[in-house]
Ligand binder design. Structure first.
Ligand SMILES: [Zn+2]
Length: 99
């Protein structure tokens, strides 16, 4: 989790290891995002693509979105939406900023 105040990476919460700002809301959003991502993968495994995409849209609000972007790329690809798949493929390959 990257601190929005000092940009330090934090492996555990709820407080930033460097500036001690409370990141608990961001940690909860990350957990929620992970649950949505898991639900999206489960729906994709059942071939329920439209629902899987809808759940995937609820991911990545504040976190590293690479896994969510990969999920969306796969879902769009399997629906033969190549433009959407390319967009999310590029998002998934975008390098992360470092602190
Ligand atoms: Zn910080």
């Amino acid at each position: 989790m990257r601190c929005p105040v000092c940009r330090a990476e934090n492996a555990v919460g709820p407080y930033c290891r460097r500036c001690r700002v409370d990141l608990s809301v961001l940690w909860r959003l990350r957990e929620q995002s992970e649950r949505h991502r898991q639900r999206a993968w489960a729906l994709a495994a059942d071939g329920r693509w439209a629902q899987a995409i809808a759940w995937a849209e609820h991911t990545d609000a504040c976190c590293d979105g690479r896994d969510g972007a990969r999920l969306r790329a796969l879902q769009h690809l399997l629906q033969r939406d190549f433009t959407g798949a390319w967009h999310w493929f590029c998002q998934a390959r975008r390098p992360r900023a470092t602190s």
